[in-house]
Design a protein. Structure first.
Length: 275
């Protein structure tokens, strides 16, 4: 008994150590990013660099918020990310249920091909289409283009959840008088809630961080946060502190949301791993 306990403790210790080693580069990166954002450019330009926190200030955050349209850009990013995610769920959830229930392999393959094709391949057709439709610099154009990335992700994540649902539940609902749509709404969707939350978070991350589509299709009215960070770069000079502060402001909302719903996110990413 004592030997088994020691082995269990040793196994947990090794797993904890391995997890810490894997997490260390990410934590070190965020620590350095936050540290740069809280220091003046004079300290940031010192060589060798200072790794310990001193001379901390919030001036970089005050400057980027006061001199740049971060609040408006953040609102635009939120509208586009949430819009793409909501429409992705409205289309992707029924598509995933259909693929899982009726084994529509060709349909699934088509969605996979749409995900594999590089997003840059869509830029010229999208630009021509939205230019002729006078939709450049509109939420409609940016939400639709982000669906190219978000919709396949949401569909493929939810397919695994719907495949794990016992077919007897759907058949029982059908025998009780539900239509296929009723069984989907009343049985399948509530049981797939962890998957929908995980898919939503991943979709939000992709749409929130997307830079390629806004840089071509947006303008002054629909500029997003990644574009705000890009505008801080110029050929003459730029402030590392302000750039780091903008990066922190872009990253922080997604990190907070991910931590709040991490239980659903982990279950959504690992679904099917023990099938």
């Amino acid at each position: 008994m004592a030997t088994m306990t020691r082995r269990r403790v040793l196994r947990r210790s090794l797993l904890t150590l391995a997890f810490a080693i894997m997490l260390l580069p990410t934590l070190a990166f965020f620590y350095w990013l936050v540290l740069i954002s809280l220091r003046s450019d004079l300290i940031n330009s010192m060589y060798p660099p200072e790794f310990l926190p001193h001379g901390l200030t919030l001036d970089n955050y005050r400057t980027v918020i006061a001199q740049n349209s971060l609040i408006k850009d953040g609102f635009n990013s939120l509208v586009i990310a949430v819009g793409a995610t909501v429409f992705g769920l409205l289309i992707g959830a029924p598509a995933a249920f259909s693929i899982a229930r009726w084994r529509q392999q060709r349909f699934a393959l088509g969605i996979l091909v749409a995900r594999i094709i590089p997003a840059v391949s869509y830029l010229i057709p999208w630009f021509v289409l939205f230019s002729r439709a006078h939709l450049i610099d509109t939420y409609t154009a940016l939400i639709l283009t982000n669906l190219v990335v978000c919709l396949p992700l949401i569909t493929w994540i939810l397919i695994s959840f719907f495949e794990d649902l016992p077919p007897e539940l759907i058949e029982s609902a059908r025998l009780d008088g539900c239509t296929v749509y009723g069984a989907f709404l009343r049985i399948a969707l509530p049981l797939a809630r962890p998957g929908m939350i995980a898919a939503s978070i991943i979709s939000l991350i992709f749409a929130w961080n997307n830079f390629l589509f806004p840089v071509v299709l947006s303008g002054s009215r629909t500029s997003t946060l990644p574009l705000a960070a890009f505008k801080l770069l110029n050929f003459a000079s730029f402030s590392w502190g302000q750039l780091a502060a903008t990066a922190v402001l872009i990253t922080l909302p997604i990190v907070i949301i991910s931590l709040v719903v991490q239980r659903y996110l982990v279950s959504g990413l690992t679904v099917g791993s023990i099938k």
